[in-house]
Design a protein. Structure first.
Length: 283
């Protein structure tokens, strides 16, 4: 091979190397600055704080009665609709917290949330007259005002139970003891007496404490109802003390007519609102 041919081949090899290096550098620069067709593969930054917030199929924010519908919301609504039978009643209870504002037209945020859920269910095909709304006050948990939370619960009621007002009702976080109108004497019911017997025996052994909160319907003025609610809480305390519970293990308070669990427009509703809520504070 002549010297001239060798020189020509070396020049061609150098030229090819230069072109390849240039194209590689250009690709690197384009991906870095965001130019060119390849820039779309760069993922946007993720807000790690927002990504860690827990969400639910249907959830709420503090001070807001409007529900958010997320992944699983349609399935949750469909599951409720599947429970519709010939004449049962769907009871929807809206949760709320004492520090939340009272929406216009509602006695508390719980009723407003329950009505919003009712609207979703009616749109899904559940007749409006088959849905009953209620409200329940809960204790505020840390971080409640910044995050999202489940603001309601629901259950189908058998026809024969839809208008029954139970003297003693056990919920997941409290016991409800109901009272006659205008009275601080509980309704006589062996179920209530048996429950208080067992409760007294338990807390005498464990040293646990009890919180009793009295409530009324909206008949009468605010001040008298606050006094009546306190009298109801004190009456249950006296029963427990008579059974041997130490007075210092029991705390009483009254909310009067300010925290109804259902509408006061009917006698059945007023009967449900005349109550003492008993909470056991476990050690």
């Amino acid at each position: 091979m002549s010297t001239s041919i060798k020189i020509l081949l070396l020049l061609l090899a150098w030229l090819l190397y230069t072109v390849l290096v240039y194209r590689g550098c250009k690709r690197e620069l384009c991906l870095t600055c965001g130019d060119g067709a390849q820039s779309g593969i760069v993922a946007p930054p993720v807000d790690s704080a927002q990504a860690s917030v827990k969400r639910y199929p249907i959830d709420f924010q503090w001070g807001n009665a409007n529900p958010f519908q997320n992944d699983g919301a349609e399935d949750e609504i469909a599951a409720l609709k599947a429970g519709l039978a010939a004449d049962n009643i769907l009871e929807v209870t809206g949760y709320y917290y004492e520090g939340e504002p009272k929406p216009q037209g509602f006695e508390n945020m719980g009723f407003a949330r329950a009505e919003q859920i009712k609207t979703l269910l009616v749109k899904a095909g559940i007749p409006a007259d088959r849905i009953r709304v209620r409200a329940r006050a809960l204790d505020e948990a840390p971080g409640m005002r910044e995050g999202y939370f489940v603001g309601y619960e629901s259950r189908w009621l058998a026809p024969e139970k839809k208008d029954v007002v139970e003297t003693l009702q056990e919920l997941d976080d409290r016991i409800i003891i109901r009272f006659p109108t205008g009275s601080t004497q509980k309704v006589y019911d062996k179920t209530v007496d048996d429950y208080l017997d067992k409760l007294a025996d338990r807390i005498k052994k464990t040293g646990e404490t009890v919180t009793l909160t009295g409530h009324t319907d909206n008949v009468g003025d605010d001040a008298k109802n606050m006094t009546l609610g306190q009298g109801r809480a004190d009456a249950v305390k006296q029963i427990l003390v008579a059974k041997g519970v130490k007075p210092e293990q029991i705390t009483t308070a009254s909310k009067g007519e300010t925290q109804p669990v259902t509408s006061n427009d009917t006698e059945a509703g007023r009967a449900e609102n005349r109550r003492v809520e008993l909470r056991l504070n476990k050690k």
